[in-house]
Design a binder for this molecule. Structure first.
Ligand code: CA
Length: 600
């Protein structure tokens, strides 16, 4: 992605005590001085969305606004994307073709995945209730005319809008004609899916709660969902991703607020990006304070979210459930992101059958497909226990899942979703009356403008033998890794033609030694940047290991010491050491070192 934010747009959060008058004069001042206009506002959050006049950069806007005493923060409007594994959509099948395929391949009983998540068993154990929790599919939209949804009246309906007048905001929620949800991408009341992704996700969320293909055999024809034939959960279509699968943080936030304020019980987020956004973090906290679970796809870069965060999956709010993808044999999908400190659990996401716009069915793969299985099961838990808070729900859903030994290095819980376990557990627990309080700590993620760009590439950094360098905070295995660099032999220096990489990276070639515990590994340092160093070693070392590193200066005048951690890039098949501290002095030293490289 050439640029990961919308040119000329920023999101501003005002301090809590800021008055309307102050915000309004802020708008006026910007508009007259810099021709910046307000595009939107979330008044309850004191957040404004601005667009600059042509030619003004985001950096200029941030500089213009950040020092205003009423501004808490100002940040770019980041771009995020659907988390579908690209290029693996199956052929489109009609319901009949699909039914026969499914029944012939999966022992005659249909399932959207052959992974043993025990959905059928869960359905048998559900209570008889009229509670129908709402899953907001925050995505590319939903084909709400698909018979898999209409047959069961599975789409959420805003009845005042349905029975109201076209072109009128009948329920006064600020959105015109929002019958099944809203389209924040095109700003209209028809969140139809022009991509296919959101419809597929919605079919999985619904399909986790009932057999969406068995319905023709038992439900009345003609979409007559009379008593007894209504779906167990409802789908709210919240479109903010375009046909290309991309959208903006500002639209995501609008979608999240819309979903919550219009009754959603679960938010499914099969999308994400590498940029930390304080405003999106605030929106997730808003969901937590209303006890709404936020299920998020871990991402498809086959990378480690502990090191290269994916948002919203990585927000540390207790209602976020970050989901990795497994194959039907419970092994992690080759594309799935993982993270022993940040990804909570796994669910099936490889070759999942589901709905596709135009009354078709197909298969798709991705953590996008894994997340809605969890959302569907979360909705079934809320069907059993409508007042269960999101904190407890997350505990129930992870506790009740299946231990899979191969997942222990990839997820916090080491578990794969089990629908039946979740339903039975929810029936057996007493519902907690409150959940722990949570307040957003921006600094835990936000390292300033430099953190604006991250990538799944592998670059990391260098280092030294340790002065007791491991501080051990929050990482699984605390191996102190000391790195002894032999004198750097610079054979080749190249100023890479980067495309808005976080830091310019320089290729170097040097021998080095890495000490892991008592073990000494010999390898090479291949690249160096302000963010880290790429290293090449033959042996396996633990990703996430905290290290103190020393880089010997090329001129032999001393060493630069820096803290970092070991990262692994599956994409590049490389280890790297990523700096975890960004102290001015350290950065200056590295800068100096790099300048020597350039001159060399
Ligand atoms: Ca409305």
């Amino acid at each position: 992605m050439a640029q990961n934010y919308v040119p000329g747009e920023v999101i501003v959060k005002f301090k809590n005590q800021t008055s309307k008058t102050t915000m309004s004069s802020f708008n006026k001042r910007l508009s007259s001085k810099a021709k910046v206009r307000m595009k939107g506002a979330w008044t309850s959050m004191k957040m404004h969305h601005y667009k600059a006049a042509a030619g003004q950069s985001v950096d200029e806007m941030i500089a213009e606004m950040a020092n205003d005493p009423s501004v808490e923060y100002v940040e770019p409007n980041y771009i995020v994307s659907k988390t579908e594994q690209v290029g693996v959509r199956g052929e489109l099948l009609t319901e009949l073709e699909f039914s026969s395929l499914a029944s012939s391949t999966i022992d005659g009983s249909f399932s959207q995945t052959s992974a043993p998540i025990q959905a059928d068993e869960a359905w048998d154990n559900l209570s008889d209730t009229s509670v129908r929790p709402i899953i907001a599919v925050i995505d590319t939209g939903v084909d709400y005319t698909h018979t898999a949804f209409t047959r069961w009246c599975a789409m959420w309906e805003n009845t005042l809008e349905k029975n109201g007048s076209a072109g009128v905001d009948d329920d006064g929620n600020g959105y015109v004609d929002d019958i099944h949800g809203y389209d924040f991408y095109n700003n209209d009341g028809a969140p139809y899916d022009d991509d296919g992704h959101g419809t597929h996700v919605a079919g999985i969320a619904l399909g986790a709660t009932q057999d969406i293909l068995a319905s023709p055999e038992v439900a009345p024809s003609g979409g007559d969902c009379a008593d007894g034939y209504e779906s167990r959960v409802r789908i709210m279509a919240v479109k903010f991703l375009g046909a290309d699968g991309n959208g903006t943080t500002s639209d995501a936030i609008k979608g999240i607020y819309y979903a919550i304020n219009n009754g959603a019980s679960v938010l499914n987020n099969s999308w994400g990006g590498g940029s930390y956004s304080r405003s999106l973090h605030d929106a997730i906290a808003y969901a937590y304070n209303r006890s709404i679970p936020v299920v998020a796809a871990a991402g498809n870069a086959a990378s480690n979210n502990d090191v290269y965060p994916m948002f919203p999956a990585n927000y540390d709010a207790p209602n976020v459930i970050s989901v990795a993808s497994t194959q039907s044999n419970d092994q992690i999908s080759y594309f799935s992101n993982y993270g022993s400190s940040t990804v909570h659990m796994a669910a099936p996401g490889s070759a999942i059958y589901s709905t596709y716009p135009g009354n078709f069915y197909t298969y798709m793969s991705g953590t996008s497909m894994a997340a809605p299985f969890v959302s569907g099961v979360a909705a079934m838990i809320l069907r059993e226990q409508p007042s269960m808070n999101s904190f407890q729900l997350k505990e129930v859903i992870t506790d009740a899942s299946n231990n899979i030994s191969s997942l222990s290095n990839y997820t916090i819980s080491g578990k794969r979703l089990n629908a039946n376990g979740a339903v039975l557990t929810s029936q057996g627990v007493s519902v907690a009356s409150s959940q722990p309080s949570y307040s957003v700590n921006y600094s835990a993620f936000d390292r300033g403008p430099a953190s604006a760009e991250t990538s799944a590439g592998g670059c990391g950094m260098v280092s030294k033998l340790g002065k007791g360098g491991s501080n051990g905070k929050g990482f699984g295995s605390m191996v102190l890794l000391g790195l002894l660099l032999l004198p750097l032999v610079i054979l080749f220096v190249l100023r890479q033609d980067t495309y808005r990489r976080q830091y310019e990276r320089f290729e170097v070639q040097s021998n080095m030694k890495v000490k892991v515990g008592n073990k000494e590994l010999v390898g090479a340092m291949e690249s160096l940047s302000l963010g880290g160093a790429g290293i090449d070693v033959d042996e396996l070392i633990n990703s996430g290991s905290v290290v103190t590193m020393c880089i010997q200066k090329p001129d032999g005048s001393g060493e630069v010491e820096v803290k970092g951690k070991v990262v692994w890039s599956d994409g590049g098949k490389k280890y790297g050491i990523q700096f975890t501290e960004h102290k001015r002095r350290m950065l200056n030293s590295i800068r100096q070192l790099i300048s020597q490289l350039v001159m060399g």
